[in-house]
Design a protein around this ligand. Structure first.
Ligand SMILES: Nc1ncnc2c1ncn2[C@@H]1O[C@H](COP(=O)(O)OP(=O)(O)OP(=O)(O)O)[C@@H](O)[C@H]1O
Ligand SMILES: [Mg+2]
Length: 373
């Protein structure tokens, strides 16, 4: 059987991107000018995918060397150094690679582009201080520029996680502030609240340091064209199910691809998908997620649970009499809970009203708690 043309589990290749042209252009302009950018979006909105595309385009169009540092769940200064070292190991080629290798050898700090590097060093000698290595790694863009004339574009993915480590944003700032000729920086993060703390609080070192950008939902017409084209290419027709899909996902990138995948799998080649096909696809897509949704909901404080239920199920809005009567919504507490959920990216504001970010979570809540269920 043909395999599905809808990737949904990993960041996708440049060629598979829907839209994002405007954001990409803006990020390239900022990179070229030596400015910093911060990119905030809820989880699964395509940050890593966009960073990958930006890296490729910056290399092709601006002749910059992209360095993609993944800070997800970064746990310590040593771990941060490992992440940066491994970004260089993966990224660089040619003269830049040689320059980095030579520099690392000359520091005599046990860093290397080969296997092991600083992780092996920490394992062999857990008491060794990783701070000198981190300082040298953060100076690499400048040193590479001095040696090769190549500018770097350093992309920190899940940048907000550096807040876990006391003082890390200060160390970073002390290095990057002198490197605007040698490098540009992009910081992507999935928790709007923590991104705001990192860049929007006066007392933080990176305050006001980066141009803010947000990733919104994907436009329906582009999503429709993309899904239609891939169905057609593989001899299938999404039929009337396509509108139902677009209506449910409201531009959520990963949910659109996930549901397109399930719809494609449920569709018989040569026969347009119907509403019944769509319903089958939706059930199949939800089944593996339901346990996770349940655990997620149960782990939340009850004020946040109430808000999510009311957002999913109240026909007249969060503060309606129905919300109050059915979910025990009380205005002040609910407003505070909404703020927390927005800061974590679980809820977004659309047209002024709060809305659950994940359309499948919303759908699952509706199915489970609808009055006749
Ligand atoms: N522009 C896009 N075009 C097509 N699909 C996209 C796009 N952006 C994201 N996706 C879909 O969403 C999925 C998740 O994308 P990605 O991993 O880049 O998101 P993320 O915001 O980095 O997620 P996480 O918060 O989990 O790190 C991809 O596998 C792909 O299916
Ligand atoms: Mg990501």
């Amino acid at each position: 059987m043909a395999s599905s043309p809808f990737p949904y589990q990993h960041p996708v290749d440049s060629s598979e991107l829907v839209d994002r042209t405007h954001e990409l252009r803006e990020l390239l302009e900022l990179a070229e000018a030596g400015h910093y950018a911060r990119l905030a979006a809820p989880r699964r909105y395509g940050k890593t995918t966009l960073l990958g595309r930006l890296a490729a385009e910056a290399e092709r169009l601006l002749e910059m060397t992209p360095i993609l540092v993944d800070f997800s769940q970064v746990m310590s200064v040593g771990d941060a150094a490992i992440r940066i070292e491994s970004a260089y190991r993966k990224a660089t080629d040619g003269p830049v690679k040689k320059a980095v290798r030579d520099l690392m050898l000359s520091w005599n700090l046990g860093l290397s582009l080969g296997a092991g590097g600083i992780a092996a060093q920490i394992q062999a000698n857990p008491k060794s201080d990783p701070i000198p290595a981190l300082h040298r790694l953060l100076d690499l863009p400048q040193e590479v520029y001095d040696r090769t004339g190549r500018r770097s574009l350093v992309l920190y993915d899940e940048a907000h996680e550096m807040l876990r480590i006391d003082g890390l944003d200060g160390i970073l700032r002390s290095h990057i502030q002198h490197q605007s000729r040698a490098a540009s920086f992009v910081f992507a993060g999935s928790e709007p609240g923590m991104m705001e703390v990192l860049f929007g609080e006066r007392e933080r070192p990176l305050f006001g340091q980066a141009h803010p950008l947000t990733l919104g939902p994907l436009p329906n017409d582009e999503l429709a064209g993309y899904i239609d084209e891939r169905f057609a290419r593989t001899g299938r027709d999404p039929g009337e199910a396509l509108d139902a899909l677009l209506e449910l996902v409201e531009g959520h990138p990963q949910r659109a691809m996930l549901l397109a995948h399930y719809l494609w799998s449920a569709t018989t080649p040569g026969q347009p998908a119907t509403i019944a096909t769509w319903s089958e696809a939706l059930d199949a897509a939800i089944a593996p997620l339901a346990d996770g949704f349940d655990r997620f909901l149960t782990a939340l404080p009850s004020g946040e649970q109430r808000v999510l239920l009311a957002l999913a199920l109240s026909p007249h809005g969060l503060y309606s009499n129905y919300s109050q009567a059915r979910f025990g919504i009380v205005k002040g507490a609910a407003t505070r809970a909404v703020r927390v959920l927005i800061a974590r990216g679980e809820v977004v504001r659309r047209g002024g009203s709060p809305q659950i970010t994940d359309p499948l979570l919303r759908w699952w809540l509706r199915q489970r708690h609808r009055p006749d269920a």
